[in-house]
Design a protein around this ligand. Structure first.
Ligand SMILES: Cc1cn(CCC(=O)O)c2ccccc12
Length: 158
C-alpha cells in the first residue's frame, strides 16, 4: 500500500490544493490530506470545518482520506505508515523553504518529500489571498470549489 500525505492548513482548501491532491490520488494507493492543528495561528474556519470541506470536495477521488495532526509531520508519517510527503510548488519563492523542510524531515526520519509543480492556472493561489479578496468584496469563484466559495462569502460577509 503506497500511502502519501498532503499536509497543510487548508483555511480554506483552494482549487490549487485540489489539483495537487487529485493528481497525487492518481499516482498512489491512498492520499492522506492532513490538516495541521496550529493553536498559535488564528484561523477563519475551525479544524473540523476545514476537514468537512476537504471531505466533501475530495469524495470523488475515492482514495483520499482527510485527517488532522499536530506536532511534527514526520511523527505523523511514522504513526500512519506514510512513505512520503507530497508538496505542491507554486513558484521559486516556495522552493527555498520547502527544500529546507524536506532535507530536515529526511534527516530526522528518512521520510521522503516529493514535489509536484502546481498547475500554472493556480500558481498565484493561496488561502490567505483568497480570504483577503473575498473580505473586500472580490470574486474568487473558479479559484475555490463552489462549496468553499459559498462558506467563505457567508463567513466573511455575513
Ligand atoms: C501549493 C500548495 C500549498 N499547500 C499548503 C496549503 C496550506 O498550508 O494551507 C498545499 C497543500 C496541498 C496541495 C498543494 C499545496
Amino acid at each position: 500500500m503506497r500511502r502519501v500525505v498532503c499536509p497543510g492548513s487548508f483555511d480554506p482548501v483552494t482549487n490549487g490544493h485540489l489539483d495537487i491532491i487529485g493528481r497525487a490520488s492518481r499516482l498512489y494507493d491512498e492520499v492522506v490530506v492532513a490538516v495541521l492543528i496550529n493553536m498559535e495561528k488564528k484561523s477563519l474556519f475551525t479544524v473540523e470545518e476545514r476537514i468537512e470541506m476537504l471531505q466533501a470536495v475530495t469524495k470523488e477521488y475515492g482514495n483520499v482520506r482527510v485527517d488532522k495532526f499536530h506536532g511534527l509531520l514526520v511523527d505523523y508519517c511514522k504513526q500512519n505508515e506514510i512513505a512520503a510527503i507530497v508538496k505542491g510548488l507554486r513558484a521559486i519563492s516556495d522552493f527555498d523553504y520547502e527544500l529546507q523542510m524536506a532535507q530536515l524531515n529526511y534527516r530526522m526520519s528518512g521520510v521522503e518529500t516529493l514535489f509536484m509543480s502546481t498547475n500554472p492556472e493556480f500558481s498565484f493561489l493561496s488561502s490567505s489571498r483568497i480570504k483577503e479578496i473575498t473580505r473586500y468584496g472580490g470574486d474568487v469563484s473558479g479559484l475555490v470549489p463552489d462549496l468553499v466559495h459559498r462558506l467563505l462569502v457567508e463567513r466573511l460577509r455575513g
